[in-house]
Write a protein that binds this ligand. Structure first.
Ligand code: CTP
Length: 397
């Protein structure tokens, strides 16, 4: 994609360098425009080196050869502003361009992504909110800011969203919102079945797959409920269209799922639910002297199989099967037994699957169709899986 990244003058300007570096590595052409203020925080040379193009700063600058702000506006497929200060937001909202970046914005027609970063008090000021509302009404996508620590030492909503999240928001800016208006439920992470407050049966699943499935669905326009085990949402900025519901045990996950499932059309069960739980769980920490030689366990409910019983053939149900052997055959039998529409079969072993960032597998549908998931990050897998799910889901409607 051809992307203009505008950098305005705030302390978060250094994070724009991470965003630009990542966009370039992902194969995009990036033209940087900086406000004069931004150059006080980061040297233009940094951006020039990262983007491989001269940086535009003054209206008289002609970045990328003899090119005007009008031509820049025609060249770009996406315009992103990282970070956006109150100053640039007000110039854009009021239509008072005074620099190359705001002039380019005025002469550009296409998706715009703005990532504000400022003091929490400034962000919450009614004028700032008016500017943000006005820009949103013009179809400008405002991404963040998020809550956290800001440069002044304060805590509050004013922090730039994570660079990774911004890169994805920029990439999705031109993509059709294939899941717009659709409610999706995703389960993710391992459940923890406690023997006592400090010990539990669990497994090494990090929850990254469920998290990426929830995020990608939201980027595609869905409203998502993400029911997840401990720490399975700790992978950066959560999309605002994702509501995360943390749970610990399989029984809690089952309850949270049944509370919401009536209102969703698609269920993606990516959780690594513990198949067993202790029959008894001590309220206080057990000591060596309390151990009698064996612990009794009992089977947990199969959350997805129960959903299949109730909604199979009615709601669109997607399962995941992590297998060490007979990957496709085992996945196919789970698809049939749990009355699913689709199952994602994943080989797991020493170097793949659980906790590993790399991922590959196959998408098997109930008509016997298969699609291969090319190897890559779990973000890339989630993109491929959703692409296929959207096709299959729309065929069934
Ligand atoms: N699943 C579930 N509740 C369970 C067990 C599994 O919802 N108690 C869901 C998982 O989220 C996944 C699918 O069922 O989408 C398959 O899970 P997996 O652990 O691969 O298989 P199991 O059904 O547990 O069978 P087995 O342990 O025999 O492989």
């Amino acid at each position: 994609m051809r992307i203009i990244v505008g950098v305005s003058g705030g302390i978060a300007a250094y994070k724009a360098a991470i965003v630009v570096s990542s966009l370039v590595q992902r194969g995009h052409q990036v033209q940087i425009l900086m406000t004069d203020g931004a150059t006080k925080f980061v040297q233009p040379l940094t951006f020039e080196a990262l983007s491989g193009r001269p940086v535009g700063i003054l209206v008289t600058d002609q970045p990328a050869g003899p090119i005007s702000h009008v031509k820049l506006g025609q060249w770009a497929e996406v315009l992103a502003i990282v970070p956006a200060t109150l100053g640039i937001m007000s110039r854009l909202a009021l239509g008072q361009p005074s620099d190359l970046l705001s002039l380019t914005y005025m002469s550009y027609r296409g998706p715009v992504v703005i990532a504000p970063a400022m003091e929490p008090k400034m962000w919450l000021h009614p004028r700032t909110q008016e500017h943000a509302a006005k820009l949103s009404a013009d179809d400008t996508q405002i991404v963040g800011p998020v809550a956290g620590h800001v440069a002044s030492g304060d805590e509050g909503v004013g922090r730039l969203v994570d660079p990774d999240f911004l890169v994805r928001a920029i990439e999705h800016a031109t993509a059709p919102k294939a899941l717009s208006g659709i409610q999706v439920l995703v389960t993710g992470g391992a459940t923890w079945e406690h023997f006592d407050p400090v010990r539990a049966i669990t497994n090494p699943s990090t929850g990254r797959m469920g998290f990426e499935m929830a995020q990608e669905a939201a980027f595609l326009g869905a409203r998502v409920t993400y029911v997840h085990g401990p720490r399975a949402a700790d992978f950066g900025t959560l999309h605002p269209a994702v509501t995360a519901i943390p749970v610990v045990s399989a029984q809690e996950m089952r309850q949270a799922v049944w509370d919401i499932v009536g209102s969703v059309s698609i269920v993606v069960a990516a959780a690594a639910v513990s198949d067993f739980r202790p029959v008894a769980s001590a309220k206080q920490k057990l000591h060596k002297s309390d151990i009698t030689g064996h612990w009794e366990v009992t089977a947990n409910p199969d959350i997805l199989a129960e959903l299949g019983q109730e909604y199979g053939g009615n709601k669109f149900l997607v399962g995941f099967a992590a297998e060490t052997d007979n990957v496709v055959a085992s996945a196919q039998s789970k698809l049939a037994a749990k009355r699913l529409d689709v199952i994602v079969a994943n080989p797991v072993g020493a170097s793949l699957g659980f906790g590993n960032y790399e991922h590959r597998g196959q998408i098997i549908d109930r008509f016997g169709g298969t699609a291969v998931i090319n190897e890559g990050s779990k973000e890339f897998s989630a993109q491929q899986i959703w692409k296929r799910l959207v096709e299959l889901y729309s065929q069934e409607q």
